[in-house]
Design a protein around this ligand. Sequence first.
Ligand code: TMO
Length: 316
Amino acid sequence: MKTTALLSAAALAFASSTAVFAEDSSDPIVIPIHNWSSQIVMSNVVGQILEANGNNVEYVTTDSQAVYESIRLGDVTLELEVWEGAFGASFRAALEKGGIVDAGDHDAVTREDWWYPMWTKESCPGLPSWEALNDCAEVFATAETGDKGRYLDGPVDWLKHGKERVEALGMNFTVINAGSAAALWAEIGAAEADKKPVVVFNWTPNFAEAVWPGEFVEFPEWVDGCDKDPAVGPNPDALYDCGNPATGYLKKAAWDGMEGKWPSAYKVLTNISFTNPQIAEMAKLVDVDEMEPEEAAEAWLEANPDVWKSWLSSGS
Ligand code: TMO
C-alpha cells in the first residue's frame, strides 16, 4: 500500500513538473458536415486546426439531428455548432442517454426564427409582432398558398416545427419547407427587385444580415419546456406555441471517449470559441464570395492566425 502511494505521488510530481501528456491516437477524428455554410466552413477550419495539432481527421456528411446519436455511440467524434433553437432538444436527449459531453460554449449568441427583409414592413407596418404578421397574412399569399400567407421554413432536418407553431397559434399561414439553405436565399433575392414582402426562416450569425437588413418576427417569448409541455406557452393545449430562444447558445459537443483517446485534440476543442462576426464571415466566404468550403477555411485560418494559434498553445 505504502509503496503504491509513494509511486503514484512520484508519478504525479513528474507529470506536473514536466508536462508530459498521453499521446493522441492516430485514428482519424470524425467531423460531421451538415447543410448550412458556417457549419461546413467551421468544420473545415477546425479540421485544419486539428491537423496543425498533429491529428488525423475525416469528414462525414450527416443529418443534423441524428448526429447526436452518432456522437453518443462514438461513430462521430464531435459537433461544432449545436444551435440551441434547432438542436437543443436532440442534444439534451442524447446527454440524458449518456455517451456525449458538453464541450463548452462559443462566444456567439444565436437566434433562429421567422424573419423578413426590412422592405416587408412597408406592406405590414405592425411588424415585428406575430399578431400583426398574422393580420397581414394575405400580403404573403401566393398561387401556391391560396388566401393564406406563405412562410418558407428551413429544410426538414432542422426541425423548426413551423407547421406546429402555425396550428398552435391559429395562424393564417401555410408552411413550406425549403429544400436547402440556398432556396431561402433565392426566395429573398427574388423578392428584392420588386420589394415583395416575404417571410422566411433565417438565423444569426449568418452572412444574410450584412446583405439584407431585416428583423425576426416577435413570437411569444421562448420558455423552457415549450417543446415538451403543452401547458407552457400561451396555448395551454399545444406544444411549439413560443418563438425560439432570442439569445440562444452555440455549443460544442463531443463523444465522451474523445478526451481519453485524443487528449490534446479534446483540449483544443474546449479552447475553441468563435464570435458572431467570425461565424458570419465564415458563411459569407461561401454564400457571397462563392469559395469552396475547404478554401474558405484556408482563407479564414490565414487571415486569423492570432485567433486560432492561441487555442493550440494554451492546450498545454
Ligand atoms: C441550424 N441553423 C443555423 C441552420 O438554424
